[in-house]
Design a protein around this ligand. Structure first.
Ligand SMILES: [Zn+2]
Length: 173
């Protein structure tokens, strides 16, 4: 197992549609383990493969709170099949945008179909914080970032801040 490098915005891999998973093999399973390690190490609750520079439809999540047992989930090729009409606002963060948080309104529950790591077709109902997380991560697979839900002006400001942030990282390496 190893910790993968996070891709910070702006980056092309974060803005394009990820490829469908076709082969569920050993290397995919070890990649998923590495994704979990990377997510936990960075105190994230969800991670999509493009965020570690793999354009693949793979999501890992664990939305359990600190005092509760962990609840790791892996979703391959996830698709939203229906969403509630009622929406809820949450303050969201993203590992590709360190230290930026925005209040975003999304449907408060939904059903998602996906493949598990054994290749079985699954359908799961998500609500509450998990619903927020799964929608945020599924967005990543189509190249949609959470900044697309905020105003254009705000988005431009964040983009400038992220460009500066990336420059500083490169300098310190
Ligand atoms: Zn994100």
């Amino acid at each position: 197992m190893s910790i993968l490098n996070l891709v910070y915005a702006p980056a092309t891999v974060l803005e394009k549609k990820a490829h469908e998973v076709k082969n569920i093999d050993k290397s995919l399973k070890s990649f998923v383990n590495n994704m979990f390690d990377t997510m936990y190490k960075n105190n994230g609750v969800g991670l999509a493969a493009p965020q570690v520079n793999e354009s693949l439809q793979v999501i890992v999540m664990d939305c359990s709170s600190k005092n509760k047992e962990s609840n790791p989930r892996v979703l391959l090729n996830p698709k939203i099949i229906n969403q509630s009409d009622t929406c809820k606002e949450y303050e969201e963060g993203c590992l590709s945008f360190p230290d930026h948080y925005f209040s975003i309104s999304r449907p408060d529950s939904l059903n998602v179909k996906f493949l598990d790591l054994e290749g079985n077709k699954k359908e799961t109902f998500f609500s509450g914080f998990e619903a927020v997380c799964v929608q945020h991560e599924i967005d990543h697979l189509s190249g949609t970032l959470f900044t697309s839900y905020i105003s254009r002006l705000k988005r431009q400001i964040i983009l400038k801040k992220m460009q500066k942030f990336k420059k500083n990282i490169n300098k310190s390496i």
